[in-house]
Design a protein around this ligand. Structure first.
Ligand code: 4AD
Ligand code: MG
Length: 463
């Protein structure tokens, strides 16, 4: 008999019909007269209850159906007497696919997330991670749908590159050179390397994304991104996924409208499409989760110039607020603590911070007439801090070249990029959304390592 997914079985009202379900045992309670098996197959957070008359089943088989075991159950779908479920299956046949010995690391309920991270290959079978990764999937669908419906083309940018888009220098080098031999000879012959030059994993697809936008009008990337910064925080990964839309002919205000509309669409998508999983996470992880998601889509984001933001932080210090990282005044880079103060305590809604000092931002951002600030538009979110980094791009060839030189970057690596300004340059803008930061926000999870299946962080590349 063909398999029915648990999600479909639970929705069915075909009482009396024979069905086969397959999945992993969440719990097994036995008594003399009846056994109850809670079965989950990943199609929903909910389990289906399998009711077994122990006198009809081989004793050894029944004993082997322990937490974590994988089984098939066939039987009649009946209306449930128990509260909290509509239907259950009265098993007439059970089959064991894979038993699960008692040293199964996910056996106990209520293990810490830190503990479960050691078993990233098995934690997927728990309720929380099932919910998180179903939501992650749904957010990816929402992102593609949003951009497709708005006339953006999905554009794939290279993972191996010779340029450093962000100029931050925290890159993973890609090489086929034998490092032991390099160490012995004392010199690196990059012309002998695979690409004949020094290459690294991309820190952003933006520069190539701009090539797409200045030809196709509007594109977005959605792919892996690598940063070798030694940041051991709950918001940083060495390998994460970034979504980078880039649009020709939009200005700063239109860019902010896009950022706000896009992120609200994603959050609303979660509320509309991930109800059961969100309710579970709201109960188990963060009791304010759904209320927070609902409030974000209702409220207008604050649009706050950096200079004004610094003034608010300085006032907070005067009023006695204690920050772990000092507020050193205009020119400082904000830490997530400062960002969260503005969002959570001062404005109590998301903030788009604009017009940062040029020095603390990347080379490609368009400067304002004051020569000091640039047209950046970062979105700051409750519980997260920076979730989006964006800006209008410098479209003037000479100004861009001057900036590249002033920063001591190798102009030769950016010739193709500069060509977009040399030939038919156009005003354009774009942003990057950290996918995992969005998932953190939408799931209420606390640590970014728990919203990507197999996290990569300093000293950690298992699985
Ligand atoms: O602010 P960032 O560095 O901006 C860029 O890379 C631009 N090229 C984007 C663009 O304009 N096209 O990164 C963008 C976002 C951040 O706001 C954050 O959400 C996420 O990427 N991010 C990280 N997420 C997880 N781990 C890290 N190490 C991250 N670094 C950035
Ligand atoms: Mg940034």
């Amino acid at each position: 008999m063909s398999r029915t997914k648990v999600v479909d079985a639970l929705r069915s009202t075909d009482f009396g019909k024979e069905m086969t379900v397959k999945g992993w045992v969440r719990s097994h309670r036995s008594s003399k007269a009846v056994d109850f098996i809670a079965l989950n197959d990943g199609s929903t957070i909910k389990n289906i209850q399998i009711v077994v008359d122990p006198s009809t089943v081989d004793e050894e088989l029944l004993k082997s159906i322990t937490t974590g075991a994988c089984i098939r159950a066939t039987g009649k779908l009946v209306e449930s007497q128990g509260k909290g479920q509509t239907c259950e299956i009265q098993a007439s046949e059970l089959e064991l696919y894979g038993g699960c010995p008692s040293d199964y690391p996910m056996q106990k309920k209520g293990q810490s997330f830190e503990y479960m991270r050691q078993y990233a290959h098995l934690r997927l079978r728990t309720n929380t991670f099932g919910a998180v990764f179903r939501i992650r999937h749904n957010m990816a669908i929402a992102i593609h749908k949003y951009f497709h419906d708005h006339g953006f083309y999905y554009f794939n940018t290279p993972l191996i590159t010779a340029s450093d888009a962000e100029g931050a220098g925290s890159m993973f080098q890609v090489t086929t050179l034998d490092l032991d031999r390099v160490a012995k000879s004392g010199k690196v012959e990059y012309d002998k390397d695979f690409f004949g030059r020094k290459t690294n994993l991309t820190v952003s697809g933006q520069l190539e994304g701009e090539l797409g936008a200045t030809a196709l009008g509007a594109i977005y990337t959605f792919g892996p991104t690598f940063r070798a910064e030694n940041s051991n925080t709950p918001r940083h990964l060495a390998e994460f996924w970034m979504i980078e839309p880039e649009v020709a002919f939009i200005d700063k205000d239109e860019l902010m409208d896009l950022e706000e509309d896009f992120i609200k669409y994603c959050v609303k998508w979660a509320l509309d499409n991930c109800k059961d999983d969100l309710e579970f996470l709201n109960k188990m992880i963060d009791k304010t989760l759904i209320a927070t998601l609902e409030s974000v889509i209702k409220e207008d984001f604050v649009r706050l110039p950096y200079t004004e933001g610094i003034r608010i932080l300085e006032q907070a210090v005067k009023d006695g607020h204690k920050f772990e990282f000092p507020v050193t005044g205009w020119g400082m880079d904000l830490s997530s603590e400062h960002e969260r103060y503005l969002v959570e305590q001062h404005f109590k809604r998301p903030v788009i911070m604009t017009d940062y000092p040029s020095e603390i931002k990347a080379f490609y951002m368009k400067k304002n007439a004051d020569g000091k600030t640039m047209q950046g538009t970062d979105v700051l979110f409750p519980r997260i801090g920076e979730i989006i980094g964006g800006s209008v791009r410098e479209e003037n060839y000479q100004k861009l070249l001057d900036e590249i030189e002033a920063r001591g970057m190798d102009e030769n690596n950016y010739k193709w990029y500069l060509d977009t300004r040399k030939f038919g340059s156009c005003p354009h803008a774009g942003f990057g959304l950290g996918f995992e930061r969005l998932i953190l926000f939408v799931t209420g999870m606390q640590n970014i390592r728990d919203v990507i299946p197999f996290p990569r962080t300093p000293k950690n590349a298992e699985f």
